[in-house]
Design a protein around this ligand. Structure first.
Ligand SMILES: [Zn+2]
Ligand SMILES: [Zn+2]
Length: 454
């Protein structure tokens, strides 16, 4: 949590100098207030107490994150580009192309995030731009990222985003041609009906899309070939590229057809009011099913009281133990997937849990399905990773006589969206009970075993 997290700041956007006299603080702006009100409705729909300490400020945090994350609606490409077009003559002599008249320029690996217009979850975007200057004019290199940001910070779909970036650069820079390639990653959706023990549902849905204009209009041109080979050079798997028109639906919320009880109308209208506050039109064709899909995702984290039948598994103490054989076994369950929702930002975090334990005298090893269901139980709610780790340890430890270690490894969506943008970061948390809290060699043995398993 940095300085970004709390406190006062103004969105500079509202103020383009014309009506700038009355600057309303961000937290008092009507859009902010109305998103907060809607988030309270959603939290109550999840069965949460909105005055609980951990989530008291969540409506404000969510409002801030969403408004920041969709600030692109109010940004203008012109403002970034106009002052950054530099005169640059082409080749002085000889035959060829370079500089301001011809010669391919490629800017790669611009990391952004955007919001999926089908489900409202953030997705990651790695943007690559190629262009061929003309008119003895080049664009300052940092501006490509700025222009991408104008369109990424909206509710988007990958192909649309690529087209937006491409045509804006074509319009404002007026080069011979522009090509854009985007690598997009969207998280998978959990659903309670899913078979979780098949961990194949982890990771990301990936999509590679492109857009070209001017000299790049022909996808089979040599110019495209050169651009793509300069991307392959950086590890982009260009053979997966979806050419314009061949792009399929990618958001997992649209694909998953599993049955879903109709969403609460009050929650649907809360999501619609959020869309309006962000400057969107909820009746736009692409957004019509979005509130329902978003709620379907969200209701996975309802504050439910699942009956956990711990007694049915491994809890039966056996008082016979083979005589005197004290060959102690470190039992491990590794890479158990989990899904959770950060209660501070209402954004997903997900990853795997590793569990190690010793069975005390008279206890039996726990079954994998028991352990997995406990992990899911504490995952599927509004959570913080540290608490989830502790709760899993505390719940399982009595089943084995007390000695347990739990490690959770997760990626947090709130680390990439919300302006923090720590791409690729991950968080590990650890809880140790009983013997593991004092026995360093037992801990080391377990941690080494995780390393070898992954
Ligand atoms: Zn989506
Ligand atoms: Zn968070």
């Amino acid at each position: 949590m940095g300085a970004l997290d709390e406190g006062h700041f103004n969105l500079e956007l509202e103020n383009d100098g014309k009506n700038g006299s009355m600057e309303v603080a961000f937290e008092h702006q009507p859009e902010t207030l109305s998103i907060q009100e809607a988030v309270r409705v959603l939290l109550q729909g999840l069965g949460e107490d909105i005055n609980r300490e951990g989530i008291k400020k969540t409506p404000f945090r969510v409002a801030k994150a969403l408004r920041e994350g969709t600030r692109g609606y109010k940004l203008k490409v012109k403002d970034f580009v106009q002052s950054a077009l530099f005169p640059e003559a082409g080749l002085d002599e000889g035959v060829g192309q370079a500089g301001g008249v011809g010669g391919l320029v490629v800017v790669r690996d611009l990391d952004h995030y955007s919001y999926c217009e089908s489900c409202l979850l953030p997705f990651q975007v790695r943007c690559h731009v190629g262009y061929v200057p003309s008119g003895q004019r080049v664009l300052g290199l940092s501006k490509f990222s700025r222009v991408a940001d104008v369109f990424a910070k909206r509710l988007q779909d990958p192909q649309h985003l690529a087209d937006d970036i491409c045509s804006a650069l074509q319009q404002w820079v007026k080069p011979s041609g522009v090509a854009v390639v985007l690598q997009c990653s969207h998280i998978h959706f959990p659903s309670l009906e899913m078979n979780f023990l098949a961990s194949s549902h982890h990771g990301f849905v990936k999509l590679l899309v492109s857009s070209g204009s001017g000299a790049f209009e022909d996808e089979r041109s040599d110019l495209w070939g050169e651009f793509l080979s300069l991307l392959r050079f950086k590890g982009v798997k260009t053979h997966n590229l979806c050419r314009n028109g061949s792009v399929k639906e990618w958001c997992p919320s649209v694909k998953s057809s599993s049955k879903f009880s109709p969403a609460d109308p009050e929650m649907v209208s809360a999501v619609n009011s959020i869309l309006k506050s962000l400057g969107e039109d909820p009746s736009r064709k692409e957004l019509v099913g979005t509130p329902t899909r978003f709620l379907k995702w969200m209701m996975n984290f309802q504050n439910a009281n699942l009956e956990m039948k711990l007694g049915g598994f491994g809890y039966d103490k056996t008082d016979t133990k083979s005589n005197g054989e004290i060959e102690e076994t470190l039992h491990c369950e590794r890479n158990l997937p989990f899904w959770s929702m950060c209660e501070h930002h209402l954004l997903p975090f997900y990853g795997v849990v590793h569990i190690g334990y010793f069975c005390s005298d008279g206890y039996n090893p726990m079954g994998k399905s028991l352990v997995q269901s406990v992990v899911h139980f504490f995952g599927f709610k509004l959570q913080v990773q540290e608490r989830m780790t502790r709760q899993i340890a505390e719940t399982l430890s009595p089943l084995v006589g007390g000695d347990i270690i739990v490690v959770a490894e997760a990626g947090h969506t709130c680390m990439i969206s919300r302006g923090i943008e720590k791409f690729g970061s991950s968080t590990a948390t650890i809880a140790v009970l009983g013997r593991f809290s004092t026995d360093i060699s037992a801990r080391t043995k377990f941690l080494d075993s995780i390393q070898n398993s992954s």
